[in-house]
Design a protein around this ligand. Structure first.
Ligand SMILES: Cc1ncc(COP(=O)(O)O)c(C=O)c1O
Length: 393
């Protein structure tokens, strides 16, 4: 059977943030391996659901309907053994939208909001854009394995009276699947200090190998009580442009405050395309996702092969436990961050995400989005290998 993920689909001229780079002053011959969406067509069940509505021709205000919640809750139950109650869920217009609402609803201006870096670049925005105090911890890195420094974690919470902790689980960019023990420790500390946990699980369908993801709210009823759990089908089925998140808030007080803030921001129904895509993906998208995970594993093997065969001297990589990102350790190239970015963009003609943008601990790293056809990835790796070869002369 031909591999559907091998197909190269032209995305230029579609307004793609990732591809239409000339409008951002970047050259079109640079290969984009940066923004967190994939170069694969969404599963057929989603295309069919959207085609059906296109044929119908009416896109009026739409609420989740039919078996939307059965599909959603069935997915969590099958894949993670978690069965939240229906009334815990709230819709928002994308994951970042959910995080901004939670920060505004559950903290006051001046309150401390904590993150642990390196972490998804936009995590700093919800606190900073809303006049909260940003507190940044730093993950411990040991031979490219990242862990949480729990002494620092609790000290920062105590010293700053942190009201809300923003957790990325599994972790972008370092690709960790936090173990149940690690998550329990986070919950225990946050419960002790009355800190709300806003848990971003947008990457939880990209779990590799024998790793097992634990949904934060499934840890215990007490953990669920302090948690705003943010999920989305957008990464899972490559439908990031639909902008929808399913948020689960067990605690009725937190949920009411979240809903009041959402209303105050003038947000009501989610886009009709988002509702349709979400329902279709969670109903019929599982075989597609299984194939995708196998394909991504092959892509990560390709990167490992390049490294182990010495084609990328100065760059280190270990396969991630989760996500479709390769977190490349370029520290041995001895370039400061601006020079490193220039080396990749101008020397190798590939656009990656700067590690430094992910905050503490990100300097000297670059994040490569490996969710593309293998020939495209190979082209990117060849470009980097060629530039490294030239620079060593
Ligand atoms: C950890 C994480 N959270 C949130 C987002 C953005 O989600 P959305 O587009 O739904 O706001 C991303 C996108 O890359 C991400 O990696």
């Amino acid at each position: 059977m031909p591999e559907i993920f091998d197909e190269i689909i032209c995305r230029s001229g579609t307004g793609s943030l990732k591809y239409d780079m000339e409008s951002r002053g970047r050259s079109a011959d640079v290969l984009p391996l940066w923004v967190g969406d994939m170069d694969f067509r969404a599963p057929q069940c989603i295309l069919d659901a959207l085609s059906e509505r296109n044929a119908h021709g009416i896109y009026g205000y739409t609420e989740p309907y039919g078996d939307y919640y059965d599909a959603l809750l069935g997915w969590f139950s099958r894949r993670f053994g978690w069965s939240p109650q229906r009334d815990w869920r709230v819709l928002s217009h994308g994951l970042m939208n959910a995080i901004h609402i939670a920060v505004r609803a559950l903290t006051q201006p001046g309150d401390a909001v904590m993150i642990t870096q390196p972490v998804y670049q936009h995590f700093t925005e919800a606190p900073l854009f809303n006049n909260r105090r940003l507190v940044c911890g730093t993950l411990i890195e040991n031979n490219l394995r990242y862990t949480i420094d729990f002494d620092e974690f609790e000290r920062l919470i105590t010293e700053n009276s942190v009201k809300l902790y923003l957790l990325c689980s599994p972790h972008n960019p370092a690709g960790r699947v936090w173990t149940r023990d690690e998550l329990e420790k986070i919950a225990e500390i946050c419960l002790r200090h009355g800190t709300v946990v806003v848990c971003d699980e947008i990457h939880h369908d990209f779990i590799h190998g024998d790793n097992r993801h634990t949904i934060f709210s499934s840890l215990s009823p007490e953990a669920a009580d302090i948690t705003v759990l943010c999920t989305s089908p957008s990464k899972t089925f490559n439908v990031a442009g639909i902008q929808l998140a399913n948020v689960f808030i067990k605690n009725p007080t937190l949920r009411e405050r979240f809903l009041a803030e959402k209303a105050a921001m003038g947000l009501s129904q989610a886009p009709v395309s988002a509702i349709l895509a979400c329902r279709a993906g969670y109903s019929g998208g599982e075989p597609w996702l299984c194939g995708l995970l196998r394909y991504l594993d092959g892509n990560f093997n390709l990167i490992s092969d390049y490294i182990s065969s010495g084609k990328l001297p100065g760059i280190k990589f270990t396969k991630p436990e989760a996500t479709y990102f390769a977190w490349l350790d370029c520290r041995a190239l001895n370039m400061e961050d601006r020079a490193l970015r220039r080396f990749f963009e101008e020397g190798a003609r590939v656009l990656l995400s700067d590690g430094a943008g992910f905050g503490n601990g990100g300097s000297g790293f670059m994040r490569l989005n490996a969710a593309c056809p293998r020939t495209v990835l190979k082209d990117g790796l060849d470009r980097i290998a060629g530039a490294l070869c030239l620079s060593s002369r």
